[in-house]
Design a protein around this ligand. Structure first.
Ligand code: GDP
Length: 302
């Protein structure tokens, strides 16, 4: 969490600083409020949440006043936290199903380039660090490079990867991976899926099929949608499409280390009603952190 805070502080604090300096102005006139609104929109907070936040801040400033910089910070902090919805359940379901003698199954979905494969690798690392036995499934069979990349990640974090023939059926690889996970009595099977957006209908059909086929072994525990935080509203549109095809249980927001547009965290949760469970903060194996609302907001406010 300390790392989350400091990583975000580097990339996002311009948003926080901008907000706080605007709020600390002697006269908060309409122009200033408009500037505050622009700052929030520029950070991809989205139109509706921005409108709501500004309205609440305006009311509170009018009623309570802002005595000094600390008071401004406390005010913004409180309102940002409530905007992120602290009540959403962010727990990752990765426990083995002991009674059914089967592993938990995590499907990782998203458009190519968002950081899906990297996220699978990092997630495996997190689970291994918790002493879990993990197996990876390379169901992105359309890209030989993706399968190799995943296998490399597996080797790196010390977990085996189940792969199929190049160009083979993704659903069958996913099925085999879970089967292997059951036979080998592992705790978790994490499956990387394809994400070619060019063929949207095909991709979505295929993803639905992967899920249905895997479910022959039992319910899927998590469907994690990987979104690139730097893609803004484009990422939001992708998120909508995916959530229509598979029941997304959690969002992984990657590349938060490289953007000042952290508002997407709020926007995507509100739009889909799905919690952000993990955030990607870099390219290395340790650069995946559980999403924590307070650490996130403190990162923004610096
Ligand atoms: P995929 O096509 O969705 O599987 O994407 P990859 O896992 O291959 O990642 C695409 C690129 O994004 C790679 O260069 C990754 O190293 C990079 N990447 C992934 N996650 C993060 C992150 O959290 N932060 C940063 N800065 N780069 C990331």
């Amino acid at each position: 969490l300390v790392r989350l805070r400091s990583r975000l502080a580097r990339s996002q604090s311009s948003l926080g600083k901008g907000l706080l300096s605007l709020l600390s102005r002697e006269r908060l006139d309409d122009d200033t409020w408009e500037e505050i609104e622009d700052t929030l929109l520029a950070a991809d907070l989205g139109v509706t949440p921005t409108g709501e936040l500004v309205e609440r801040l305006r009311t509170r400033v009018r009623v309570e006043g802002v005595a000094d910089a600390d008071a401004a910070r406390a005010l913004v902090r409180e309102e940002l936290i409530s905007l992120v919805d602290p009540s959403l359940d962010r727990e990752l379901r990765t426990e083995r199903h002991v009674e059914d003698a089967r592993p938990s199954v995590v499907l990782v979905v998203g458009v190519n380039g968002t950081g899906k494969t990297t996220t699978v690798g990092k997630l495996a690392r997190v689970l291994v660090a918790e002493d879990r036995d993990v197996l990876l499934g390379a169901a992105d069979t359309f890209r030989a490079a993706a399968v190799d990349q995943l296998t490399t990640w597996g080797d790196r974090v010390g977990v085996p990867t189940v792969r199929g023939p190049e160009g083979g059926d993704p659903a069958s690889v996913a099925f085999d991976a879970v089967k292997a996970g059951i036979d080998q009595e592992v705790d978790s099977v994490v499956i990387d899926t394809a994400g070619r957006l060019q063929t949207k209908v095909g991709l979505m059909d295929e993803l639905g099929k992967v899920k249905r086929v895997v479910e022959k072994h039992g319910p899927v525990d998590e469907v994690l949608l990987v979104l690139d935080a730097t893609t803004g509203q484009n990422g939001m549109a992708q998120a909508r499409v995916f959530s229509e095809v598979v029941d997304v249980t959690g969002i992984v927001l990657t590349k938060l280390d490289g953007t000042a547009k952290g508002g997407i965290v709020v926007a995507v949760q509100r739009e889909l009603g799905v919690p952000v469970k993990l955030v990607g903060l870099g390219e290395g194996p340790d650069d995946l952190a559980p999403f924590d609302v307070e650490a996130f907001v403190d990162g923004i406010l610096g």
